[in-house]
Design a protein around this ligand. Structure first.
Ligand SMILES: *Cc1c(COP(=O)(O)O)cnc(C)c1O
Length: 390
């Protein structure tokens, strides 16, 4: 079968870049023509340890020899180990494993509902999320997402969700807090344009939730797994969520998602209330365990934080005055205030992969293992691209 005929067999849910990648190692990927790219997308914040990280590969290979899958009807020791590591990294108590970010948010939403049901608090039914947020593409997660472009064409959506402006108190203060069940918030809106939450607002939001008996659910699907310089960004903000959702980076590319919850919430998931055939299966759990073990090391995270600060400064020095640099740790963005696509394309032609985050923002997500040499290659290439643009 010809290549173009096979192409036709895949649904066109993605506008794909004209590149076919076939190999990766560390911060680099290679296409089918043998061209090398510096990959500053990390497969959208997934390959946080770089491509084919050896420590994770070893543990997954060992698991491949032993048991691939057995279902959650049996005890899975490696799942328990992965859960303990995530609980410890988050300061929360219990973990539900699933296979993606959207599923982790669906699980959080279900747990919030069940938590109120168990307390006969049927009046607390509203879920608050924020404008420009992104929580995933499934029915519930899409309804949580505060972006019309994600929801267009899929009405009627799951009801009960209110979108409030991000980094803004007023809409929340006007809501009747007695009707609010939970708030979903991203510490840094990644898909929505690399917008970090203001520290002051986040502190206020956490206090507002606590004072009004509202569950604080932090979507760390993009910010987690060390991306922002602490294992979870909530830690840097000094807030204590009731639940954290994560996915993307926790399996180094092996599909895995997780909902981590405080004990009092987690208790509402009794046997039979939620489940996933694949969630936390031995292979995924081996990948998560190995990944979290590496990332949660203090020295590793300190280096991410240090690199993030230095790299952000070098971007600020380089970009034109009309552009803004935003971000936290190694989740960085340049808002050009004009279409970013030409810059992203020019970088790709010059052997560097980066992502958009909305029409005017370039999102830069190097592996957390990126070296200063690789970063300076990126800066030189970006400088060249910006010069050509003059
Ligand atoms: C990517 C992402 C999701 C969705 O994750 P999937 O694995 O694609 O379902 C949800 N929330 C945030 C913040 C994300 O970045």
């Amino acid at each position: 079968m010809s290549k173009s005929v096979m192409d036709q067999a895949v649904m066109k849910t993605y506008g794909r870049f004209p590149v076919t990648l076939e190999k990766g190692s560390g911060s680099y990927v290679w296409d089918t023509d043998g061209k090398t790219y510096l990959d500053f997308t990390s497969g959208i914040a997934v390959c946080n340890l770089g491509h084919v990280p050896q420590g994770v590969k070893k543990e997954v290979e060992q698991q491949l020899e032993e048991l691939w899958h057995c279902s959650n009807l049996y005890h899975i020791p490696v799942q328990e180990q992965a859960a303990s590591l995530l609980a410890e990294a988050s300061g929360l108590d219990q973990v539900f494993f699933c296979n993606s970010g959207a599923e982790a948010n669906e699980a959080a939403w279900k747990l919030a509902r069940k938590y109120r049901h168990d307390r006969s608090q049927s009046e607390k039914h509203t879920i608050v999320t924020f404008s420009q947020s992104f929580h995933g593409r499934t029915g519930g997660a899409m309804a949580l997402t505060g972006q019309p472009k994600i929801q267009d064409g899929f009405a009627p959506l799951m009801p009960g969700v209110v979108h409030a402006p991000f980094n803004d108190r007023s809409a929340l203060e006007e809501l009747d807090a007695d009707t609010v069940n939970a708030v979903f918030v991203e510490p840094v809106q990644g898909e929505g344009g690399v917008h970090p939450a203001d520290q002051e607002w986040m502190t206020w939001l956490a206090a507002y939730c606590r004072e009004n008996d509202i569950l604080l659910i932090v979507d760390e699907i993009q910010t987690g797994a060390g991306r922002t310089g602490t294992f979870f960004a909530s830690e840097a903000y000094g807030i204590k969520p009731d639940m954290i959702t994560c996915a993307k980076g926790i399996g180094s590319g092996f599909p895995a998602g997780a909902l981590i919850a405080d004990k009092t919430c987690a208790e509402s998931f009794s046997p039979g209330t939620h489940g996933s055939t694949f969630g936390g299966n031995p292979l995924a759990s081996a990948a998560v365990k190995a990944t979290v073990e590496i990332i949660q090391e203090t020295a590793f995270l300190q280096e991410v934080k240090a690199k993030g600060a230095v790299f952000k400064k070098s971007l600020e020095k380089l970009v034109p005055e009309s552009a803004d640099v935003r971000g936290m740790g190694l989740l960085l963005g340049i808002d050009f205030h004009k279409p970013a696509a030409p810059y992203i394309q020019a970088l790709r032609e010059n052997g560097v992969l980066v992502l958009p985050a909305g029409p005017e923002v370039m999102r830069i997500l190097p592996p957390l293992t990126v070296t200063e040499m690789e970063w300076s290659t990126f800066i030189q290439t970006l400088a060249h691209v910006l010069e050509e643009d003059q």
